[in-house]
Design a protein around this ligand. Structure first.
Ligand code: AHR
Length: 492
């Protein structure tokens, strides 16, 4: 029996809903086919956006969407993606699969997609191959209300009102695909480019500097030192690549227990990574004004055999659900510093919540985790802990339980726990301090570690009702199945 302690009276930080954000790049079949099929498609759509996908994303409560990249962002020239579609410039997406990019999905389409989903907008600008003027004009085009060359151009292209740009990224991975810069060089570039990301009287744009690649603490240190005062947030990218970047990364399906625990070991490093980066940030910003924007995370396996290697299409199993649930619990615990996070990527790329094939669509195990965790959005993290046991194989060991607990405005508690054990259930005795409650509602996602949903079998891994709990004198006792994610909603 593992003891869990929850103290709803110790309120720690707000879990910004954007921590459950997503990312959509012009990569493979994420934008084209996955989200956007064009107005003339036979696939049911509204202004070109797939109805089935938009519906599913609304139901999941997607809070914010990042676009257009990724590496694509630093090759993207926004003016190629506005105006009459027939006249838009066609180019080769050199980074991702060498396919034709006809620019039919551009700024207007992105804003329309976010309008339909009802989510906030996170636009990523081009530092690597773009100019200060280009970036500055894009912001003017999107957000300026009055009379100006770019606002007039937007109006001529059919959109009178300015849009709301909630978040703006000044470059992406500028230590790599975004220009191979040194941190010192990028810090100066950041200072220069961000100067012209103007706020035109509308809601303030949250400016994000390009942060480190995984454990590059020197990048974080240099950026915070040289440019910390000029940013609202700094990005961080860390992927769960079971075997690392060289050679095979590991298969998305058909893996054994050792591979399962290896994946979880690589994923749970996220906690240590965050602690280390936060320690660096605290040196320069003890008040925690600058937020971490963990805008690329998730599993990255070998592509599905037979698919374009540049499209990064992979299946998604119960293992991915455990990865998502554990990571979101870790993020919640660091929500005093994390402003936003964006799993990569929304549809058909890496750890997606949705896969499509022609008119067919399937929700992945990861989808159900996000849906289950939506109650944490904008709730308050409260103090909690759980007794952990080390599990795994000889080579790959992890701790078994990861939890987080939040309190909603109505005083209800959302308790989410992931049981990482592939084979063993876990009995948990949760003590809840000074909290009288009447009602407990449980839900669970559980399956064999390798189970997944397909277009023909959609319900192998879904959210089910969970009833294996009972009220005790001082809290709740419950039994989690092996390889599971449980949510308990506790109401006064
Ligand atoms: O998400 C896929 C790619 O991973 C992104 O384009 C890039 O930023 C990262 O290297």
């Amino acid at each position: 029996m593992a003891k869990m302690y929850i103290n709803p009276n110790v309120e720690l930080s707000k879990i910004n809903r954007e921590i459950q954000g997503h990312f959509s790049e012009h990569l493979g079949r994420c934008i084209y086919e996955g989200l956007y099929v064009g107005e003339n498609s036979e696939i049911p759509n509204v202004n070109g956006m797939r109805k089935d996908v938009v519906e599913a994303l609304k139901e999941m409560k997607l809070p914010v969407l990042r676009w257009p990249g990724g590496c694509f962002a630093d090759e993207y020239h926004w003016k190629d993606g506005i105006g009459s579609k027939e006249k838009r410039k066609k180019m080769i997406n050199t980074h991702w699969g060498g396919v034709l990019e006809d620019n039919s999905f551009g700024t207007h389409e992105f804003m329309e997609l976010c309008r339909q989903i009802g989510c906030e907008t996170y636009v990523n600008g081009n530092v690597g191959s773009g100019t200060v003027q280009e970036m500055s004009e894009w912001v003017e085009y999107m957000t300026f209300e009055g009379v100006s060359p770019m606002a007039d151009l937007r109006k001529a292209n059919g959109h009178d009102e300015p849009w709301k740009v909630d978040f703006f990224g000044v470059g992406n991975e500028n230590w790599g695909c975004g220009g191979n810069m040194t941190p010192e060089y990028y810090a100066n570039e950041y200072r220069r480019y961000q100067t012209y990301v103007r706020n035109y009287g509308g809601p303030r744009i949250y400016k994000i500097a390009c942060g480190p690649n995984g454990a590059d603490y020197n990048w974080m240190d240099t950026l915070m030192k040289l440019a910390g005062n000029y940013m609202d947030g700094i990005s961080l990218h860390y992927y769960t690549v079971p075997h690392g970047w060289a050679g095979s990364k590991g298969a998305a399906t058909g893996f054994d227990e050792n591979e399962y625990y290896l994946t979880l070991k690589v994923m749970t490093f996220t906690d240590e990574l965050l602690k280390n980066h936060i320690a660096v940030m605290d040196k320069y910003d003890p008040a925690k004004r600058v937020g971490i924007v963990f805008d690329e995370w998730g599993t990255w396996y070998d592509v599905e055999p037979g698919t374009n290697p540049g499209f990064l299409y992979q299946q998604n199993t119960m293992r991915d659900a455990i990865v998502a649930a554990t990571t979101l619990n870790i993020f919640n615990k660091h929500s005093d510093r994390i402003r936003m996070a964006n799993i990569a990527q929304l549809v058909n790329v890496l750890q997606s919540v949705i896969l499509t094939e022609g008119a067919k669509m399937v929700k992945t195990p990861t989808y159900y985790v996000f849906k289950m965790y939506a109650d944490h959005q904008d709730a308050t993290l409260v103090q909690s802990s759980v007794e952990k046991t080390t599990i795994g194989t000889e080579e790959n060991k992890v701790e078994d339980l990861y939890e987080s607990v939040s309190k909603g405005e109505d005083g209800s508690l959302t308790i989410t726990v992931a049981n990482l054990s592939a084979t063993e259930e876990r009995k948990i005795d949760a003590v809840i301090t000074d909290y009288d409650f009447k009602d407990i509602e449980g839900s669970v996602i559980t399956a064999d570690m390798g189970a997944y949903n397909t277009f023909d079998k959609q319900n192998e891994v879904v959210i089910k009702e969970f009833a294996d709990f009972k009220k005790t004198n001082d809290g709740i006792a419950f039994t989690m199945p092996a390889c599971s994610v449980v949510k308990l909603k506790v109401r006064k």
